[in-house]
Write a protein that binds this ligand. Structure first.
Ligand SMILES: [Fe+2]
Length: 243
C-alpha cells in the first residue's frame, strides 16, 4: 500500500460523539491507527459546524480534543493531534450569524485550521445565492478559504469546470476527497476530481473520514494502480503539509 500523498490530515470527523463521524472514543482510536497506517503524521480535526444538526463550539470540542490527544498519547499512536477546527457549512444560518453581528460570541467565532485558513462547505442541495458576497466578506475579514470537496457538488460538476475556475479566481482554494478518485461518491464526482487534478485546480486533499467503511475504502484505493498513477501529481500539487 502506498501512503497518502500528505502527512497532515486536515479534514476528518474523528472527535467522538459530536457529529456523524466517530460515535465514541474506541472508534476514534481505530481511525487514528488506520490513518497512521496510511502515512498520516499530524491531524487537525474538523467536526461539522452545521445548524441545527451539529452546533459544535470550542466549548464542546475542546475537552474532547484534549481527551483524544491524551488517549492517543497513552496508546502510543504516533500521530500528533495538532489542533482542531471545524468544517463550516455556508448556509442561511451562517449568513444570519454573519449579519447578526454576533461573530464575537463564542458559538459564532471562527476557529482556523491554521493561521487564517478555514474549511468551508456548501450545502449539497444548492450553493448560497449570494455565495460570492459571503466569500468577499470573509476574505475581507482576513480569512483564507478552503472549500471542502467541491467535486461532490453536482450543481457545480454539471457545469464542467466553470464554477471551479470561478471559485479559484475568487481566491478560494479547493480541497478534494481522496475517495472521490476511487469512484466512491459516483462516476460524475470521480470524473470531476480527475479533471480538477488535470487542470491543477486542487490545493488540498482530505480523507473526510467518518467511519470504518471509509477506512477500508481508502486503504483499498491506496493499493490500486489508479492511485499509483496519480500519486506523484497529487504530491506535487497539494499543500496540506505546507500551511
Ligand atoms: Fe467533512
Amino acid at each position: 500500500m502506498l501512503p497518502l500523498p500528505y502527512k497532515r490530515e486536515l479534514h476528518c470527523h474523528i472527535i467522538p460523539g459530536v457529529d456523524d463521524g466517530s460515535p465514541e472514543m474506541k472508534y476514534s482510536v481505530d481511525y487514528m491507527n488506520a490513518l497512521h497506517e496510511c502515512g498520516v503524521e499530524r491531524i487537525i480535526f474538523t467536526p461539522h459546524h452545521t445548524e441545527p444538526s451539529f452546533m459544535n463550539t470550542p466549548t464542546i470540542i475542546g475537552p474532547l480534543f484534549q481527551e483524544l490527544k491524551y488517549t492517543c498519547a497513552n496508546l502510543e499512536i504516533p500521530i500528533e493531534c495538532e489542533d482542531y477546527s471545524f468544517e463550516y457549512r455556508l448556509d442561511e444560518s451562517f449568513i444570519n450569524m454573519m449579519n447578526s453581528g454576533k461573530w464575537g460570541e463564542e458559538s459564532c467565532q471562527l476557529r482556523p485550521l491554521k493561521d487564517r485558513y478555514i474549511l468551508i462547505e456548501n450545502s449539497f442541495q444548492q450553493p448560497l445565492l449570494n455565495l460570492d458576497d459571503v466569500i468577499y466578506k470573509l476574505q475581507d475579514k482576513g480569512w483564507y478559504l478552503i472549500m471542502a470537496h467541491p467535486e461532490r457538488y453536482h450543481y457545480y460538476s454539471s457545469r464542467g469546470l466553470k464554477s471551479y475556475e470561478h471559485l479559484v479566481d475568487l481566491g478560494v482554494e479547493l480541497q478534494c476527497n481522496i475517495l472521490s478518485f476511487s469512484g466512491y461518491y459516483g462516476e460524475s464526482t470521480q470524473k470531476t476530481a480527475y479533471r480538477l487534478l488535470d487542470e491543477g485546480l486542487i490545493s488540498f486533499l482530505g480523507s473526510d473520514l467518518h467511519n470504518l467503511h471509509h477506512v477500508q475504502l481508502i486503504k483499498k484505493f491506496l493499493q490500486s494502480k489508479d492511485y499509483a498513477e496519480i500519486r506523484p501529481e497529487l504530491v506535487s500539487m497539494i499543500q496540506n503539509d505546507k500551511i
